[in-house]
Design a protein around this ligand. Structure first.
Ligand SMILES: Nc1ncnc2c1ncn2[C@@H]1O[C@H](COP(=O)(O)OP(=O)(O)OP(=O)(O)O)[C@@H](O)[C@H]1O
Ligand SMILES: O=c1ccn([C@@H]2O[C@H](COP(=O)(O)O)[C@@H](O)[C@H]2O)c(=O)[nH]1
Length: 240
């Protein structure tokens, strides 16, 4: 049965950096970012408070080929800076679409974006602004999925929504194993014990400990974000 009210008052939306490429080889595809912003705008119109963590895989990954031979921490800082670029592009597209977005960075770059300050982020959310968290956790050796879990817990989000390139969590990576089947739901312990690569173990463990559920769904499926927010059957729920 479809409910008339959103299932959540405050969400932490993890947007895939790689998804921003659309059909391009790297970077930010304009039509794709505009479409993503339309999906976000739809849920803000329902009165849902939205905070976003954006990935950086479309520009740089610390563990990727381009960083071979580099000091890992240096490469990771480059990856975090990539997320700042994505955050700026995303907030710009949001502001153009009529939303009010604020970027907050975990790494100090004061001339470019304001620093992450938790009470300020909470104030923005209460005012109905979309807060885009940039630079991940601010620490190397982590990922933006872990940043999503961390910020989600800090702001008291009721759920982490991982908007990615696949429509849920599968028994194996569906891009490599066509026989993989999708879970409707599974526990954190199941996801971690089976090493399911959809998210890293640090992110799963933090959400498990904080009893913060995760919903994984496809950002390419039109209306999927709204259906998730309305509590409809979409994607995969990972729960305590
Ligand atoms: N068990 C699994 N179920 C679903 N997807 C999986 C699984 N194992 C691995 N994957 C892969 O994980 C990918 C999503 O995670 P990944 O961290 O690479 O991307 P993202 O978070 O969407 O991007 P970014 O890091 O750029 O923000 C999917 O595209 C899928 O191919
Ligand atoms: O807290 C963090 C978040 C990210 N990084 C680095 O940035 C890239 C891009 O992030 P994705 O989550 O892969 O999209 C990541 O590969 C790390 O190199 C980080 O160091 N700390």
């Amino acid at each position: 049965m479809t409910q008339s009210q959103p299932a959540y008052k405050r969400i932490l939306l993890k947007l895939s950096g790689e998804a921003l490429m659309g059909d391009d080889q790297f970077g930010i595809n304009r039509d794709t970012i505009v479409r993503m912003v339309e999906e976000v705008a739809e849920v803000t119109r329902l009165g849902v408070e939205v905070a976003v963590v954006i990935g950086g895989g479309n520009i740089f990954r610390g563990v990727a080929g381009g960083s071979v031979g580099m000091d890992r921490a240096t490469a990771d800082y480059m990856g975090m800076l990539a997320t700042v670029m994505n955050a700026l592009a995303l907030a710009d597209a949001m502001n153009k679409a009529g939303l009010t977005a604020r970027v907050m960075s975990a790494i100090a770059i004061d001339q470019v974006v304001e620093p992450y300050v938790r009470p300020k982020a909470l104030q923005y959310l209460e005012e109905g602004k979309v807060v885009v968290f940039a630079a991940g956790t601010g620490n190397p050796f982590f990922t933006t999925d872990t940043a999503a879990a961390l910020r989600g817990a800090e702001i008291g989000a009721q759920v982490v929504l991982k908007a990615t390139k696949v429509d849920g969590v599968y028994t194996a990576d569906p891009k490599k194993d066509p026989s993989a089947t999708r879970y409707a739901s599974l526990s954190f312990d199941e996801a971690m014990s089976q090493n399911l690569g959809i998210m890293d173990a640090t992110a799963f463990a933090l959400c498990r400990d904080q009893k913060l559920p995760i919903k994984v769904f496809s950002i390419f499926k039109h209306g999927a974000l709204k259906r998730v927010v309305m509590g409809e059957d979409e994607g995969t729920l990972v729960h305590a």
